[in-house]
Design a protein around this ligand. Structure first.
Ligand code: HEC
Length: 756
């Protein structure tokens, strides 16, 4: 029985009042009309039909098959009764959100932002647009007709490579896979300029949604005279890149403040050409959403040497702190910390201490002497790995001994151990911790949820570019083995989980499309723009000569039937888009501009344990964590899913492996919905983390689901088109695969309570 003391009661009253005028004023949380649910990225839904007592009755309401072999990590959005999804050879499809029936199909949009799209409408609702990037071009489609809007930009296109202060022709890729964020008549955009030496800069920009005109530009590598310029060498703004928002953007609509998490500066792991703290890389940056003017920032990693990009959506909550309701913004990180700030002033809610960290032993390098450590709340992930933590499952006894010896020999001084010429290790690792899609909040309760994975990273710098031989002359087989095989399998043959098999690729993909994918990358696949035409052609022919594995899921391109209204984006009918630059910056990058004082030697590393040795540490490999930010404590932490192979050895509650990028939904009725790479969708109790309901999906699921109400019925929709036990398409080969529902096709699956 809960009794409220007068003090506690008034506290709640203040809290409720605060909510009424802040969090809830921004969004009604009953619609899912934008990526992540809306501008606050909360994934919170104020619908109450599905609750703890009836959640076990949820059943499949409809399925929309995606029909091809792609893993769609696309967050559906729903406006009125229409749902927008990406499916069928990267076509944008408008569906009846109650039935899954097609309304229109705009086919053939390869390169469209894979994680979702943005939506804008005019005040009178007469003008409705979906906004997205395709291969470095910002474009719009009329949300009602499905046709490209040609009055936007130049013939419907805004070239995102322009306006960055570098020669656009040298920019191979700037598009991020995360959609921009609409605020008033602006679309706020991050970018993915690459992480090689001398990649383009990660300017944060805003464009007018009607004209496509750039309205403001914030330099994340400051130019002379700008705040933060002194945290770099003088010329750095001319050659350093990255420091970009490739993750999620959150807007406090009421205050007009936009929050951007930023990534590492280039090159990720060796910073001799960027001595200094490197603002505004690895920051949470708060900008005036209308002008791009900096309001405050906090740098979570100084002079990053680990690829500790901030990517997860900043989360907005109202918490009770020292007797007052405080509007906060919380940022979760790859390194396992949650950073909490006053949303307006940027002041940390609890002390964040600068503590001394280890020195770099690399020539020319100067690791920053201190790094910020939040004292409260506690970290959500394991931040240390020793020989004792080596996995008791799956590995053979010999492998286990070898790993213990190898870890014992490493430089291992915590998450800020600088990479060197001998191995160093970091935990939860550059692919661990929390990543895009990971966070959610219940704004009324001061509770924040995130999912995290432990996947240690091993670094070792050397003079050799780990992306393999850069020479195109080494022959197709050698290039394939050095640069593609780790993901696409031996000889392009891959059965079971993982990225698509490439054997016999010519039967379903035209050379132009193959070349485009290889040069520009796709989804989680990196770009290989340094491979010249001849090398790409040789690769194509080599792969064509390979026989597909017997029984492998080799599929022909989908024949699109249904209400096709347009093809190929803007300008209409253009088959080969004005493609990305022919030149590309390999990891090594071009020389520095003459006269700049820059190092002579470049070092490289890759994330170790990638992707073949993910099992070095014991479970849990992934977890869901609930924070109570009124108290600054972890309320509960539970493993997310079950690993089939470890289960066969008797392990329980291991968490599924490669569990990044599983967005969750939080409901006002105290439920959390989250899918995992074990092919299961679960509902957890918000109070305890206990699993209340499980559904088996026809495939793995990645990205963010959506929840909405149409015609008095509440629906949950989730994309189930990914490989199992894989994250971002990176497969673990030869694993025991979990079971799926063979009776359902891969696609978007909508759940609801029985016929209402
Ligand atoms: C880090 C893993 C990784 C590496 C390395 C990689 N790929 Fe990929 N590749 C992927 C993933 C994941 C996809 C699926 C992307 C999607 O559809 O979102 C993909 C898709 C493709 C496709 C499209 C296939 C289709 O069916 O449409 C082609 C072609 C391709 N890769 C070629 C290559 C080549 C050639 C190389 C080496 C030069 C390479 N990839 C290296 C992960 C990788």
């Amino acid at each position: 029985m809960l009794t409220l003391s007068p003090a506690c009661f008034s506290t709640m009253a203040v809290l409720l009042l605060a909510m009424g005028i802040t969090a809830f004023a921004q969004q009604n949380h009953k619609q899912w009309a934008d990526y992540g649910g809306g501008p606050d990225s909360s994934h919170f839904v104020a619908l109450d039909q599905i609750n703890k007592s009836n959640v076990s009755q949820l059943q499949v309401a409809w399925v929309y098959p995606t029909e091809d072999s792609h893993a769609y990590l696309f967050n559906p959005i729903i406006v009125d009764n229409i749902m927008y999804v990406l499916a069928k050879n990267s076509s944008l499809v408008a569906l009846d959100a109650a039935t899954g029936k097609e309304i229109w199909i705009h086919e053939n949009l390869p390169g469209l932002t894979t994680r979702g799209i943005a939506y804008w409408e005019s005040k009178d609702r007469k003008d409705r647009r979906v906004i997205f990037a395709i291969n470095d071009y910002l474009e719009e489609i009329d949300a009602r007709t499905g046709k490209s809007i040609l009055s936007f930009g130049k013939q419907g296109l805004v070239d995102l490579r322009q306006g960055l202060g570098r020669d656009a022709k040298t920019i191979n890729r700037i598009q991020t896979d995360t959609p921009g964020r609409v605020f008033e008549d602006l679309i706020l955009m991050g970018s993915t300029p690459g992480e090689a030496y001398l990649s383009p800069p990660g300017d944060i920009r805003a464009f007018n949604v009607i004209t496509g005109k750039m309205v403001w530009n914030f330099h994340t590598v400051p130019h002379p005279g700008e705040v933060g310029y002194e945290t770099w060498p003088k010329e750095a703004y001319k050659y350093v890149g990255g420091s970009n928002t490739w993750g999620e953007i959150t807007v406090d609509v009421k205050r007009g403040i936009a929050y951007f998490p930023t990534g590492s500066p280039t090159y990720d792991y060796y910073g001799a050409d960027r001595i200094g703290a490197n603002l505004f890389a690895n920051c949470l940056v708060a900008l005036d959403a209308r002008t791009g003017k900096r309001l405050w920032h906090f740098q979570m990693v100084h002079h990053d040497l680990w690829d500790y990009d901030a990517t997860a959506a900043p989360q907005l909550l109202t918490v009770m702190h020292e007797g007052k309701a405080v509007d906060v913004v919380a940022e979760s990180s790859k390194q396992g910390f949650l950073y909490v700030f006053d949303r307006v002033t940027g002041k940390p809610l609890w002390p964040i201490e600068e503590r001394p960290v280890p020195k770099s032993l690399m020539p020319g390098e100067q690791a920053w002497p201190t790094q910020p450590f939040p004292t409260v709340p506690p970290p959500f992930a394991r931040q240390k790995i020793t020989a004792d933590d080596v996995n008791p499952y799956i590995l053979t006894p010999e492998e286990r001994v070898a790993w213990k010896q190898r870890i014992d020999a490493m430089r291992n001084e915590g998450i800020f151990t600088p990479p060197g010429m001998t191995e160093t290790i970091s935990m939860p690792g550059a692919r661990g911790g929390s990543n895009w899609g990971s966070g959610a909040v219940n704004p009324s309760k001061g509770l924040m949820y995130l999912n995290t994975q432990d996947w240690p990273t091993i670094y070792k710098l050397s003079l050799e570019d780990p992306l393999g031989k850069r020479s195109s002359d080494s022959g197709a087989k050698a290039i394939y083995e050095a640069r593609c095989q780790m993901c696409h399998g031996v000889n392009g043959v891959r059965s079971g989980s993982g990225p698509p098999a490439l054997a016999g690729i010519g039967k379903r993909v035209a050379f132009d499309s193959f070349r485009h994918t290889v040069r520009s990358g796709r989804g989680e696949m990196p770009a290989f723009g340094d491979l010249d035409d001849r090398a790409v052609k040789q690769l194509f022919e080599y792969l064509n000569g390979q026989e597909a594995a017997v029984g492998s899921a080799e599929v022909a391109p989908v024949k699109i039937r249904g209400p096709v209204v347009a093809s190929g984006g803007a300008p209409g009918g253009l088959k080969v888009r004005p493609g990305n630059a022919e030149q590309y910056t390999p990891l090594g990058g071009p020389p520095y501009a003459s006269g700049s004082e820059t190092p002579k030697v470049r070092y490289y590393t890759n994330w170790g344990l990638y992707p073949d040795q993910p099992y070095v540490v014991g479970p849990p490999w992934s977890s869901v964590v609930a924070y109570d930010l009124n108290a600054g404590t972890i309320k509960w932490k539970v493993p997310l899913g079950q690993d089939a192979e470890a289960e066969a050895e008797g392990a329980r509650d291991t968490g599924a492996f490669m569990a990044e990028h599983h967005g969750m939904i939080v409901t006002a009725t105290g439920l959390i919905f989250i899918a995992a790479s074990d092919g299961k969708l679960r509902a957890l109790d918000e109070d305890t983390g206990k699993v209340l309901w499980t559904a088996t999906l026809p495939a793995g699921s990645e990205g963010i689901p959506a929840m909405y109400e149409v015609g008095g019925r509440q629906y949950l929709v989730v994309s189930a088109s990914s490989n199992l036990n894989s994250g971002g398409g990176h497969a673990v080969s030869g694993r025991a695969a979990p079971t799926v529902r063979p009776d359902l096709p891969k696609g978007y699956i909508a759940f609801a309570l029985p016929g209402k």
